[in-house]
Design a protein around this ligand. Sequence first.
Ligand SMILES: N[C@@H](CCC(=O)N[C@@H](CS)C(=O)NCC(=O)O)C(=O)O
Length: 217
Amino acid sequence: MHLVLHHYWRSSSSWRVRWALAHKGLAWDGVAVDLLAGAQRAEAYVAERSPAGLVPCLVVDGRPLTESVAIVELLEELAPTPSLYPHEPFARARVRQLVELVNAGTQPIQNLSVLRHVSSLVQGVDADVQRAWARHFIERGLAAVERDLGLVAREGLGGRFAVGDALTAADLYLVPQLYNARRFGVDLASFPRLLAAEAAALDTDAARASHPDRFAP
Ligand SMILES: N[C@@H](CCC(=O)N[C@@H](CS)C(=O)NCC(=O)O)C(=O)O
């Protein structure tokens, strides 16, 4: 299987996929897409790689696939071990729920193009207001995740990681979102469950191999 990942070093969605690849021990070639320079909107990239003009895009034997959830689930099916999803159906559903709290409920509202569009519509929306906007939605999303982790614990599904004692897809979404949270200056003191799961997840070879700092230009 030949894998080519189009990604940006500091993009949280890109980190999710790099992490899944590292966890499963899959080799890949990388193509850097410079989001600040607008490379994600280049005609050829949108036509041939990402219809939405976003990263990541994983090209699998010549076939481009976007949306990190679809990519991570494909990798899970192509390379089932080590798994990123618990076997038990409800625990599996909890993992997917946590993934969506970040993927659908948090990251899209603080994404670069959203922040820029708000600035273009409303006079006086400068970088400080953009950061305040991002902080608000990240805090709201992480508060939901923190409460969800409380539920997970009460159900007996807790452990070192977000769900249980093995790394799951939930960790691949929560930890990069925390990375974004720090970039925007979110105070994380009220998220102890999240911070504990983050510490466990970061202390893995796959986290280190996929971390944004390793891919900074
Ligand atoms: N739901 C998508 C989100 C992709 C996404 O929002 N990517 C961001 C970087 S994290 C991006 O490409 N932003 C560039 C832009 O908004 O122009 C996924 O999980 O792959």
